[in-house]
Design a protein around this ligand. Structure first.
Ligand code: ATP
Ligand code: MG
Ligand code: ZN
Length: 290
């Protein structure tokens, strides 16, 4: 990433607004102090402290992150203790976030803005940055990202979750409609399934995450049951005033005839609709491999 690029400007804006643990003039983390290292932890990737924090460490990196101060003749907290506690919380939140492996640890700078649709990607990214920043301050305005396959909707929505976890330690969660919502709820009717009878609990959890991505949100024209499940979920999140990010291949308007337009009217209030009109990145990647 070039220093003066628009992406770098967005990254700086996002990182310097968060209350971090690093050095404000650190060119790597812009003061956040915590980053995702794809080569860490046997190359599975993991969050870790930035060098600018490690440099100040006076403890051995193990809890309770204290050290012996000779002058005071006492055990005192290491200057890196708050960062290390935050790191632990971030690792815990990410483990329980439901974010798919492919999108793990993808932060703002993992988005490629070099393609033909770079302007559209940058506009969407700008909205995403604003959403993260506002959510970190307790404002709730979600996004409805719609566009063709491969445009980067799931990636962008996971970047938002990852950054909310890293910068603000928000309990942010990912759910794919078919697998994590409808599939799970169907299982609750099956006596053979572990989830049997758990429908209410699953719905309550989804209705309570402070930030939730609902991926592949689409009208299920064939099934009134599914539409009513989705209506209930949207309605609960609307009533609880919680951040909801939806991705879809169809515009928000496709909901106008469902549940007498009650889904659409809530979506309009909860989310800003963004058209992600970008070329299929999957095709682009497979072409460049040839
Ligand atoms: N701007 C981008 N920079 C880097 N990688 C990208 C970008 N856009 C998409 N990708 C990558 O391309 C693949 C497809 O992106 P993604 O899964 O976000 O598409 P999508 O819009 O959700 O598509 P679908 O509608 O099929 O679910 C992913 O591996 C993603 O990481
Ligand atoms: Mg997707
Ligand atoms: Zn740093």
């Amino acid at each position: 990433m070039q220093a003066g690029s628009p992406l770098n400007a967005l990254k700086r804006q996002l990182e310097s607004q968060a209350k971090g643990y690093g050095r404000l003039d650190c060119p790597i983390c812009n003061g956040v102090g915590i980053l995702f290292d794809p080569h860490f932890a046997a190359h599975q990737g993991a969050y870790r402290l930035c060098k600018c924090v490690e440099e100040q460490s006076l403890c051995d990196g193990n809890p309770p992150y204290d050290y012996y101060d000779e002058e005071k003749n006492a055990i005192v907290p290491c200057p890196t203790k708050p960062a290390r506690m935050a790191l632990k919380r971030i690792q815990h939140l990410e483990r329980h976030s439901g974010i798919p492996e492919r999108y793990r640890g993808r932060l703002i700078d993992s988005i490629d803005v070099s393609g033909k649709s770079s302007t559209n990607v940058l506009i969407a990214l700008d909205h995403a940055v604003h959403t993260i920043y506002s959510a970190g301050r307790g404002e709730v305005r979600g996004l409805y990202l719609y566009g063709p396959t491969g445009a980067g909707k799931t990636l962008l929505s996971c970047v938002i979750l990852n950054e909310l976890i890293r910068l603000y330690q928000v309990e942010a969660h990912y759910a794919k409609i078919s697998r994590d919502i409808i599939g799970k709820l169907r299982d609750t009717f099956n006596p053979q399934s572990e989830a049997y009878g758990e429908g209410r609990r699953i719905e309550q959890k989804l209705g309570r995450y402070p930030a939730l991505v609902i991926d592949d949100f689409g009208v299920q024209r064939e099934s009134p049951w599914v539409n009513s499940v989705l209506y209930d979920l949207i309605d609960t999140r609307y009533e609880n005033n919680l951040l909801t990010i939806l991705t879809s291949n169809e515009p928000m308007d496709s909901w106008k005839d469902i549940s007498d337009g009650r889904v659409l009217s809530r979506l309009r209030e909860m989310c800003l609709e963004i058209h992600m009109e970008a070329e299929d990145y999957r095709l682009r990647e497979s072409k460049s491999l040839r």
